[in-house]
Design a protein around this ligand. Structure first.
Ligand SMILES: [Fe+2]
Length: 146
């Protein structure tokens, strides 16, 4: 159901935003200034999408989950309680961007089938956002040109 998937997207987005802020605060390495700035932008860009997702759930006539325990139940983004080294932070974020993008694509298809064009349009934007972040991260992780 479209609303159920939007709830999963909301919880996963909250979870990914928290993780990105954790990485922004705790990343270390010789490229610290760029890494710190990258995760700040990632956090802000992900965080900005939370409110519109929640409002679409309300527009569809459902209540929006708004508690940490509900987000933990619903999120498909793996929580990170440790402080991984920088390379692992990027690798994990790349995986998370791919998960978020896939979810956006699934909701896009569902929204299109239900003629919810505004939601479909927003999902297309999310696919672009996570695709672009994944490109940035892949470029950070790549050490040599083949
Ligand atoms: Fe900061």
């Amino acid at each position: 159901m479209l609303t159920d998937n939007l709830k999963v997207l909301l919880a996963s987005t909250q979870s990914f935003a928290i993780k990105s802020q954790n990485f922004h605060w705790n990343v270390e390495g010789s490229n610290f200034p760029q890494y710190h700035a990258f995760f700040d932008t990632l956090y802000n860009d992900v965080n900005e999408t939370i409110d519109p997702i929640a409002e679409y759930i309300r527009i569809l006539g459902h209540y929006t989950p708004g508690s940490l325990s509900r987000y933990t139940e619903l999120s498909i983004i793996q929580d990170q309680t440790k402080i991984p080294r920088a390379e692992l932070m990027f690798a994990e974020s790349l995986h998370d961007c791919e998960v978020m993008s896939k979810l956006a694509v699934a909701i896009f298809e569902e929204a299109t089938n239900e003629s919810q064009q505004g939601i479909a349009n927003f999902m297309a934007e999310l696919q672009d956002l996570y695709g672009k972040k994944a490109w940035f991260i892949r470029s950070v992780l790549k050490t040599e040109r083949e």
